[in-house]
Design a protein around this ligand. Structure first.
Ligand SMILES: *Cc1c(COP(=O)(O)O)cnc(C)c1O
Length: 361
């Protein structure tokens, strides 16, 4: 991931607005934040966007706005970034992990069906690697059990499913503007997206110390707000996001072509109906650790997303789960390999990556 090229595209444009904030002192909230919220809500085709401090807070706020806390059980895929599960713990609820589909590595209706219980209050499905989970299939299963559906859209800005934008596919969604995401801030930031005005208002209250008006605190909240400086950066990058995602799609197509038919390499699968944003281009190879070391030795920035399924991390040892509980997620974790992927990735760089991979496998 090369952030320098991305910053260079927006740097000149944002300097005047950043200077106005530095000189004027309106650091939290204000016009820039309101404008970004309006623009990102429109981009995601939802009625409400609430800018918050980061993506993990966004998911916690989504859960808390739905009153999912103490004693509630939330279904989370075993293969995601740990924050998906962390947010559930932070909201005071219990995590129940589910395995995923072996092709897409996403939570799907069959995996929800296997893991859901009458105690499940919500299903938190993740748009992993930048393609939407099949919410149209997951939601009817969740509804049969009376469970809410939440979208972790941290990786999927600009992706669509059957023409609907990521972030609009469940009742409420959380997204992250961590600098490395497809839409990244100049630091930490995130947002909650929803079509439900009441939920959006609750998120705003909980994210500002539970206060409906200044110094009136009717419930416990915390502090999670979007900085004006981040809104300036995000507005400039949002205008470029469609072009940047198109460049990623072209790069993904080129990897597909360069690696087609290569024995032992499983290429990423896009679900029918999905337009992927290629946050991550993740192949699966046997003997992955050797291949990864070989790529790194050639100066290629390959990486792992994620080396340990969440149920096997130390943080979740308390659940007493072990290897063998979620075989698809576990096997994927041992085989997956993320190749360099960012909008400014050049064809020559991709050819070099593909050649190295061919030699190593
Ligand atoms: C990045 C990410 C998050 C958390 O976002 P932060 O802004 O880092 O808190 C949550 N879920 C997924 C899938 C992510 O990739």
């Amino acid at each position: 991931m090369d952030l320098v090229a991305q910053q260079a595209e927006v740097a000149d444009e944002i300097l005047a607005d950043l200077e106005a904030i530095v000189r004027g002192g309106g650091f939290i909230g204000g016009d820039q934040v309101t404008s970004f919220e309006t623009e990102f809500a429109a981009f995601s085709d939802v009625a409400h966007c609430v800018g918050v401090g980061n993506g993990t807070d966004a998911l916690e706020l989504a859960l808390r706005a739905l009153d999912i806390g103490e004693g509630a059980e939330v279904l989370v895929p075993a293969n995601s970034f740990i924050a998906s599960a962390e947010a559930v713990i932070r909201a005071g609820a219990r995590v129940r992990f589910a395995d995923v589909d072996d092709e897409s590595l996403l939570l799907d209706a069959a995996s929800v069906e296997r893991a859901i219980t009458p105690h499940t209050a919500a299903v938190l499905a993740v748009d992993l690697y930048g393609q939407p989970a099949p919410f149209d299939e997951i939601t009817p299963v969740a509804e049969r059990f009376g469970a809410a559906v939440i979208e972790d859209a941290a990786q999927s800005q600009g992706a669509t499913r059957f023409g609907r934008p990521a972030g609009s596919l469940a009742r409420i969604a959380g997204t992250s503007f961590y600098p490395g995401k497809n839409l990244g801030a100049a630091g930490d930031a995130g947002a909650v997206l929803t079509g439900d005005r009441t939920l959006a208002e609750r998120v705003r209250v909980i994210a500002s110390h539970g206060s409906t008006e200044k110094y009136v605190h009717d419930e416990f909240g915390f502090n999670s707000r979007l900085d004006a400086i981040q809104a300036v950066v995000l507005r400039a990058k949002l205008a470029r996001l469609p072009a940047w995602n198109a460049a990623r799609r072209a790069a993904a197509l080129r990897y597909d072509e360069l690696l087609a038919g290569l024995e032992g390499v499983r290429l990423p699968v896009t679900l029918p109906g999905n337009v992927h944003n290629w946050h991550i281009y993740c192949v699966r190879v046997p003997d992955r650790d050797r291949v990864l070391a070989g790529l790194k030795a050639e100066g290629i920035g390959a990486a792992l997303h994620y080396p340990t399924p969440i149920h096997l991390t130390g943080a979740f040892r308390r659940l007493g789960l072990s290897r063998g509980d979620f075989p698809v997620a576990e096997r994927a974790a041992s085989e997956l390999l993320s190749l360099p992927m960012f909008p400014h990735l050049a064809e020559a760089q991709q050819v070099r990556v593909a050649d190295a991979l061919k030699r190593l496998v």
